[in-house]
Design a protein. Sequence first.
Lengths: 528, 244
Amino acid sequence: MQSEIKNIVIVGGGTAGWITAGLIAAKHTKNQPSCSTVSVTVIESPNVPTIGVGEGTWPSIRETLKKIGISEADLFSCCDASFKQASKFIDWQQSPLNNNNTSHSYFHPFSLPQGTDQFNLGTVIGTLAAAENNTSSFAQQVCYQSILCEQNLAPKQITSKAYDYIANYGYHFDASKFSLLLKEHCINKLNVKYVSAHIVMVNNGEDGDISSVSTKSYGDIKGDLFIDCSGAQSLLLGKHFGIPFCSKKSVLFNDTALAVQVPYENQDSPIASCTLSTAQKSGWIWNIGLQSRCGVGYVYSSQHTSDNLAESELEQYLNSLNTTNKKAELSVRKLSFNPGYYEKFWHRNCVAVGMSAGFIEPLEASALAMIEQAALMISEQLPVTKSSMAITAKRFNEKFIQHWQQIIEFLKLHYVLSKRDDSDYWLDNREPSSIPESLQEMLELWQHQAPSSYDISHNNPLFPAASYQYVLYGMLFNTVPVRKNNDHDELIKQALAEIQQKRQHLSRVMESNRILINKIKQYGLATI
Amino acid sequence: MANHVLLNSIEHKNLKINGERSEAMGDNVWYAQTFPMEFRSAQAHYPILFQKDSNTGQFMPVTLFGFQNEDNLFLKEGGWDATYIPLALQRLPFYIGQKNVENEGITEQERVITLDLDSPKVNTEQGIDLFLEYGGNSDYLEHMANVLESLHVGLQDNKDFVEALTTCELLESVTLDIELNDGSKNQLIGFYAINEDNLNKLSPDNLTRLHNAGFLQAIYMVIASQVNIHDLVARKNSQIAIAS
């Protein structure tokens, strides 16, 4: 067989590098006859600190961790991890100052609206006229999960199997500790080779593919497939191959973040079940509750405000959190980024995963989910020979262009639906020229019909129609159906009542996040 | 609700324990915790399965008396219909409590007998005296102290036993499909049993380890006890027949 793909070299550690290494190694190096073994090498520069993109994950991470072979209890013991069941958007619809100082908020939970073959509650409730639909919020009506978020309750019980759930969940965790856990597991359990060295040169072979990378302390490292997990510097894809970058700043304005770590009042303070996202004058503030602290950050548009103004807005937010006594110790870290992605991600024998492929504000915590998707496709579709690689590369590029386009449109939707007019930032966000055409088309359709899977052209989208429903109706969008369907009225009534009963039941029987996490650390979680 | 108090011969001088086994006396439980040293006696009458402790998620062996909450198929008109009652029930309404005692300036924990005053078994009219006329322990109370002690010692084995089972992957989740004479089909979920495939594949090292710990015999007792599920089904069928 001509030039088999055997040596995979991953440039860069961090979550992208180690998730990719873990998924490939778990599939291709474990329990394989030695002749067909693929070798995986991770080169991590001792000089480059990992930046720990996004501490929020999606439910897909559970399957990823299971595949790699990480124990769920270890995640809680080693990574300061907590449960994430939803995103909560606060003040996005309207500024509290224009709203009699009352805050509007809504949930985008990980559990889908309840439904059957005959009807989908998301569609049913979404298309009810606003007047008959004002008692409780959309998410409260169509799904039981938001009550767990309202009360800081856990999505599973101590008797649940590892990675099993009662309400769907992902995690919040300390990304650098998470990388470390993966790294140890990959090296010790999955035979991933680890090289701590700084890359000084990328060398092409005669065919134009990358043949090796030269390191300062470790000489040349050869490979058949190079995976670029080098972060924002995009060492192989961007720098070496010069693949052009598509900036999306004209759609999503945010390009700067100020991040701080905020301690809890005390060690028994409740841990939130969701990422809190609070809209501000020129962006929004994330608040992610871990076991030992909260990660808080203001992500904003540098064109619409100054760093100083942003910092004082962040300070105001922190003051409102009631952790004033410890405020003085907080050190603010500034991050700048160029929102967008590369024109392609897989070029010749090099594929980029993580920030080396693109980056966008963490509004729906898509960064880690994209890493998982990319690593999974590389691992499952790993080309056997170089000649078949071009086909895989083409498919990979098509798929991930679709993913990026969807993420950008979906994030933009959050801004477009806002009624805020307290700054140019919000007005500019609703400027039609900044709204992608296909999003404008969907908004037109949604005047009279609820978001459905017909709105999404590709398979296995990152955001299903339900996500659009949660945002649309969370933001009080009014869909006025022309044709009313009364087919299943009784069944629907019954389904809605069952959800309310389940909410009551869960609020009685589920333990708090803090209590369950402590129990998991003490007793572990059984795998059966 | 339970109301546990430290037992003492002054306040509780006149108390009697009603020894009747019945629903009215609160005996209508459908399973009870057990432990390896009790398996020999228990397996003769009851299926032994494993369940997760709802508070810690840890596995614990239980003897099964029925198929649903508050349905104990061993409770009959004349009492408990088996010659052996598991210690976890025999001991009712007594429990083991912890008390801090000062011993030459050092605080130590001492095990003490507590009593659930709210148990319907506790009264002043009917049953067996706890104390003798001048405050000494009755034989019955001495017996109960022994039961509690055996239970305490026995339950301590469970942690090691369960850990040995999970390490060797000897537990598996089971769903019991039970079809009754009235045609109803029922499923019993949330229980675990010995994974016999994995047991038969155990390495000599692991076998020796289990044997030396005294757990190998216990494992086979658990397997042997499964046959009692048929007895339990028969009891359920006759309960249905009587009711209809």
